[in-house]
Design a protein around this ligand. Structure first.
Ligand SMILES: [Zn+2]
Length: 105
């Protein structure tokens, strides 16, 4: 991967809903912990964080259309007393589950 001039990623925006959020990376387990007023608290692994950043940057529909669902999934998990841990291998499943739960049509 090549750096294209952007050395510091935006650490103050929720990767899911783009609201102001506190985003912190743990150097121990390499997970990003996000505290967002909308999505509450969830974690994102390093791989997925890059997928989301690139998806947003390139307006990749495969990523962007899932972000509101992931935001919903994080809220749902929080409401039931859990914390959503998003990773490269589960984010699409989480998005689809949230979509199924909130399907109105
Ligand atoms: Zn959010």
């Amino acid at each position: 991967m090549t750096e294209s001039g952007t050395t510091a990623p935006d650490l103050n925006r929720c990767p899911l809903c783009d609201a102001f959020a506190r985003v912190k990376k743990s150097e121990i387990d390499h997970l990003w912990t996000v505290d967002c007023a909308v999505c509450m608290r969830f974690t994102v692994d390093d791989y997925l964080m890059n997928v989301i950043r690139q998806g947003r940057e390139h307006r990749d529909d495969r990523v962007c259309r899932l972000l509101p669902l992931l935001s919903q999934a994080a809220q749902d998990t929080w409401e039931t007393g859990g914390r959503l841990n998003l990773a490269g291998e589960n984010w699409q499943a989480n998005a689809h589950d949230a979509q199924a739960r909130h399907a109105t049509k």
